[in-house]
Design a protein around this ligand. Structure first.
Ligand code: SF4
Length: 309
């Protein structure tokens, strides 16, 4: 589908649009969870981010956590029905001094029956991508975040191309790719279509959808009104239509949608949810999420199913 066709769909009747996207939803909803394994002190100036050292955001900073903390968090996530678990660290790239410990963390995650290892540790070079694949990392997460044409408005310390290159390396070395966006950062509707098409080009296995949760003292602190619930639903539907095989995954900022609209999205275009806490924000009680999913009538992807993937 080209840009004009997707734009046409975006602006069509909402009910009809969601009906079209619902054709592509999967049978089961996949749950995943993350651990914020290193927080803050990032040299980059992403204008939405609480962890950037360019802004005075008053967050707790900490160095890389130990392996036991990662194991415990992964086992807790498993208890809450998560089938994937990611270690997430701040910073443009993985610190060379931490990299071997991260590889060890991945080895430990792979030993947990029913949990697939994921990592979100920044921009990779060829050698790092190769090492991660060799260690058995199942999936690497790296967002495009926004449209290429809007990227300079969001961050100037690294480029959109560097992000795309990391996505390509992940694919090159045979890992699954989780690559998504943050909506509501001031992008236009056309730029939302641009994102959907960029993702269709990259072909991620999973597309995390974040909706901006403005952070005090960042340049985007007053951007709460840049997208409303209807436009979030329209974007989700167009993303699903452009990327029918990918799992669209609700991540940070999901609670900006009413429960009614979260359920509508789960019935028509979203196939996954990140449960538990987000990076610098507290998430929703996983038990409440289970109840919500049950109400939609969709099944939760179980451990045995996901192990076969
Ligand atoms: S999004 Fe990542 S790279 Fe950008 S400031 Fe935050 S931690 Fe750093």
């Amino acid at each position: 589908m080209d840009k004009a066709e997707l734009l046409n769909l975006y602006n069509s009747d909402l009910k009809e649009l969601l009906k079209i996207s619902s054709v592509h939803i999967k049978e089961e909803i996949e749950l995943c969870s993350i651990l914020n394994a290193r927080n803050g002190k990032c040299s980059q100036n992403c204008k939405y981010c609480a962890q950037s050292s360019h802004y005075n955001t008053d967050i707790e900073t900490f160095p890389l956590v130990d392996i036991e903390t990662v194991k415990k968090a992964a086992l807790d996530a498993k208890k809450n029905n998560a089938t994937r678990f990611a270690i997430v660290t701040s910073g443009k790239t993985p610190d060379e001094s931490d990299f071997d410990t991260m590889l060890e963390m991945i080895e430990q995650l792979n030993k947990i029956d029913g949990i697939k290892s994921c990592a979100s540790i920044g921009i990779l070079n060829e050698q790092q991508a190769q090492k991660l694949a060799k260690t058995g990392l199942k999936r690497f997460h790296h967002n495009i975040n926004t449209a290429g044409s809007y990227y300079p408005e969001v961050c100037t310390t690294h480029s959109f191309e560097e992000r795309l290159n990391t996505c390509k390396l992940v694919k090159k070395y045979g890992m699954e790719l989780c690559c998504g966006v943050i909506l509501g950062m001031g992008e236009t509707v056309e730029q939302r279509i641009e994102m959907a098409l960029t993702l269709a080009d990259i072909e991620p296995d999973s597309i995390p959808i974040n909706i901006l949760m403005p952070v005090k003292n960042t340049p985007f602190e007053n951007y709460q009104d840049k997208i409303d619930e209807e436009n979030i639903l329209r974007t989700l539907a167009v993303f699903k239509i452009a990327n029918p095989n990918a799992v669209l995954r609700f991540c940070g900022g999901r609670m900006r949608l009413s429960l009614e609209n979260q359920m509508l999205a789960l019935k028509t275009c979203v196939d996954g949810i990140m449960i538990g806490n987000y990076l610098t924000k507290t998430g929703r009680d996983p038990v409440a999420d289970m109840e919500m999913i049950k109400e939609t009538g969709r099944k939760i992807s179980c451990l045995t199913t996901s192990k076969a993937n």
